[in-house]
Design a protein around this ligand. Sequence first.
Ligand code: DHB
Length: 511
Amino acid sequence: MMIPRRTFTMSLLAASLAGACSSTPMTPTPSPASPPPPFDPKRGYQRREVSAGGRTVVVRAWEGLAYVSRPVEPAWQVMNLYIPEAYFQGGQIDGRTARTAPIFLPNSIGGYMPAKPGTPEGRNGPPPAPGQTPLPSAIAVALTRGLVVASPGARGRTLQAADGTWTGKAPAAIIDLKAAVRFLRHHDAVMPGNTARIISNGTSAGGALSALLGASGNSPDHEEALRALGAAPARDDIFAVSAYCPITNLENADAAYEWQFGHAHDYRRIEMSMLDYQMQRREVAGTLTADQIALADALKASFPAYLNTLDLRDAAGRPLRLDAGGHGSFREHVKSLVIASAQQALDAGADLSSRRWLRIASGRVVDLDFDAYGLAATRMKLPPAFDGVALDTGENQLFGSSRLDKRHFTAFSMQHSRVVGAQQADERTVRMMNPMHYIGRSAATVAPHWRIRHGTMDRDTSLAVPVMLGTLLAQHGIDVDLALPWDRPHSGDYDLDALFAWIDRVTAAPR
Ligand code: DHB
């Protein structure tokens, strides 16, 4: 709840009216205004008890709340909203009130598939052993700590209308998350929770979208699509981002992958499928063909040029660069983050003697053989890892169009395509999915606080991807907490105590 918000909405309305009356021709014609979906804090909710960590909180639960007035996929463009009952009675939880409580915004997006809104009962982590209680969901933990929770559903790459039109291709999911934020801001005056403290959370594709939401606040690129959906007239920048293993920077991720795994010719591929809205993963082993090795080599050779265009610097201001062979200060920087993670594990008593790629002397991790580490982690994806030359990846399907299920999204894979008549997604759509394009650009508002985690045994994308993201943010004055948790495979929400301690810290500033 923030008092000045109404004024803002009014001024936005005034600005758009002024635009409509000006003599400058406007193209394309803006969609006719229709009021955003309503929200009534006194109606339409269920009372629920939510427990986590030995604490129980009573909440009002609105599930399946529409957040746009002209949905394309009404079953998916909805959110679940949970608000502690105490905030309707003038109460406090952990010192938080209706006015100050941060709003936790977790998405359940996986594999760039359509996602349902999350629930407090949603499982976190592997199924518990018989007789053991399951780990609480991030939503349950957030509520018991006095946060308001809004979990948006979103369109994804497989959705198709009855007439055959594809309805969830890029950038649909980010438009949906932004629309959900706008809905919260629009109803701020009557809804407990501080819209100046919205914190998004997501894992993998969901981590990528969490990052994109945080990087592209109020971006003009996304405006037209938001209007078409009848999103509320409000801002969509957020306060903080939590991103676990974000599968992001997709148009550069093929080269980044080969920079780390290019020499690894044996792979353990994961076949992904969806069951009951959960990603299912099955491992298949094999060896690259000569053709695939040639693709890997070409991609690997192209990475340093991209990396160097970013002009990254470490915290001390030293340039992070790569030579043509992929060696140099950026590689040393990535190594130093893995070494720091290994040191933490060692200090906590882990036995790392089997990790021959680490050099440990007198209780200190002093070096890491980066190539041997890549081999030990093992390659998971075939080159190109994301823009498949046979249009056979989830990302190819993400970048389809309303008429075409799958497209390329890099010039490299378009040139090497094995599919007759294959098409390439337009540059604007590709840009709208990549947070890297919005950081340091005045047209977007970047969230001031970020927490990025990518496990050292995660092979779904290169370590370079989260490191480039975190470094670029930090260079632009953003508060970044980036770490590579030891031995973690591709996963998220595994350290909720630490996540919520971070949230406590970043939201503690005066508001
Ligand atoms: C996810 C995993 C991937 O390897 C990928 O390419 C895209 C998404 C996921 O788990 O969300």
